[in-house]
Design a protein around this ligand. Structure first.
Ligand SMILES: O=C[C@H](O)COP(=O)(O)O
Length: 453
């Protein structure tokens, strides 16, 4: 290979979060290079080790033209609480938090094993709701533990920080579709009358699911006793008022005084992860922001990114929004590299964002996705579509290909429903003119692709 070719070589990788072997195969066949085991009910949802093993077996058995790695998280925060009889909670000791995190890291590293990749897997450590020093302690304990773990000693450690925009969140958290989705995910808690944001859980009981994931009440309106019996309210509850879970504010943990993740918050976390000996850092968003359609990457108002987000509305007209501009993303990537860390971007990343970021920030090491690569499942007996919630949708290889880097065959994949948005055609033409190597497809309801005429 000539000098120029080798100078242009990259090893950029797409991570796709999967919840089972079929999704793992779809992800690999679509071009994902990191197969991440995760329960989609949360941003970093805890998955059983046996399921990680099933996913590892599926990856091992499928044709992989390029090396593929496995990753798994140990939860989105490492906090442990002791609950008092009145329902209030006290944090457990720092020692116990470190012990639990390191034990979990050993467990998921063992479940991933070293068969898919000789170096072993990647352990993702969520450090939401912590000060930078606390986060560094947890990450350092995980790193030090894994370094002594025999065959697993080359397991890599990825710190995960949730970016936030609390003003955008505050403007969206009371929307009925956001509340409904959060109730379905169990992201709510009982509250007293008069609490800001309080609402009646019975109004959203249709979103509650039983243990098997089926609707617990359907269109029936339960009372407090029935909600308690279904496990949707704590024992003894006599009223049905609840509020949605709130994000951990950066300002409460000394990351930045502002309501939005800025350079100061990014620097605090990157420096903490580097000092702790992590190998990489992911900026992601919490499940709260994901269901409110607030992603990591903001295309609005950019002079470089074509803003296709403005054409991406849900059934109620809620537009997709983002947190970080391109300059902040570049700052993150540069700072990571200055500290010898790989940089990974996640948080509702869409095909049009990915294809632009891969080209405009070529140094980025990894992008990650789930929401942008899933479509409703189809019942093979009835041909009917499954539910549209985040955890009922399944990974499709066609959609995965929309987030793969260009040098590995990535293409632009837009949901067919965007075609009706006024001005989409002009914006798409602008994008294709800026990046003439891009080919555009529209994706139907199940992720089936047709070229964009
Ligand atoms: O680990 C990354 C997350 O699973 C990304 O999920 P998302 O694309 O739905 O935000």
């Amino acid at each position: 290979m000539g000098g120029t070719d080798s100078a242009n070589r990259t090893d950029r990788r797409l991570l796709v979060s999967v919840f089972g072997p079929q999704e793992a195969r779809e992800a690999v066949l679509g071009g994902a290079r990191i197969i991440d085991s995760e329960d989609p009910r949360s941003a970093l949802g805890t998955i059983k080790p046996r399921r990680i093993m099933d996913i590892a077996d599926a990856v091992l058995a499928v044709h992989r033209p390029l090396p593929v790695q496995l990753s798994t998280n140990i939860g989105e925060d490492q906090l442990l609480f002791r609950r008092a009889p009145n329902g209030l909670a006290i944090a457990k000791s720092g020692y116990e938090q470190l012990g639990k995190s390191a034990q979990a890291a050993l467990g998921v590293a063992a479940a991933m094993g070293t068969r898919v990749h000789p170096a072993g897997g990647i352990v993702k450590v969520g450090v939401d709701g912590m000060r930078a020093e606390q986060a560094a302690e947890v990450i350092a304990e995980v790193v030090a533990t894994l370094r002594r773990a025999g065959d697993l000693s080359h397991t890599r450690v990825m710190a995960v920080l949730f970016a936030q925009d609390l003003e955008l969140w505050a403007a969206r958290r009371a929307l009925p579709q956001v509340r409904r989705a959060l109730v379905g995910l169990g992201e709510y808690h009982p509250c007293a009358p008069g609490t800001p944001g309080a609402f009646d859980l019975a109004d959203f009981a249709g979103a509650l699911l039983d243990e098997d994931g089926s609707p617990a009440f359907g269109s029936y309106r339960p009372d407090a006793a029935e909600l308690v019996a279904a496990g949707a309210l704590p024992p003894g509850s006599t009223d049905t008022l609840v509020a949605v879970t709130e994000p951990f504010a950066h300002a409460d943990h000394g990351l930045t005084p502002g309501p939005r993740t800025d350079r100061r918050a990014i620097a605090a976390m990157v420096e903490a992860a580097a000092a702790a000996g992590a190998d990489s850092i992911m900026l992601d968003t919490s499940i709260l922001l994901k269901v409110a359609r607030i992603g990591l990457i903001s295309t609005a108002g950019s002079t470089e990114l074509v803003d296709l987000d403005r054409h991406d509305r849900d059934a109620h007209g809620l537009v997709r929004s983002g947190i970080l501009g391109l300059d902040e993303i570049r700052f993150f990537v540069e700072l990571c590299h200055a500290h010898d860390l790989e940089a990974n971007l996640a948080g509702s990343v869409q095909s049009h964002q990915a294809q632009q970021v891969w080209r405009l920030v070529p140094e980025v090491d990894q992008l990650s996705a789930r929401g942008g690569v899933v479509a409703p499942a189809r019942d093979p007996h009835t041909g009917r579509a499954g539910r549209g919630t985040r955890h009922d949708r399944v990974v499709r290889r066609t959609l995965v290909s929309g987030l793969v880097p260009p040098e590995q065959g990535g293409r632009l994949v837009l949901p067919a429903r965007m075609a009706d948005s006024p001005g989409l055609r002009e914006d798409l033409d602008t994008l294709l003119k800026l990046h003439p190597d891009l080919t555009a497809y529209q994706a139907g309801a199940y992720g089936e692709l047709t070229p964009w005429e």
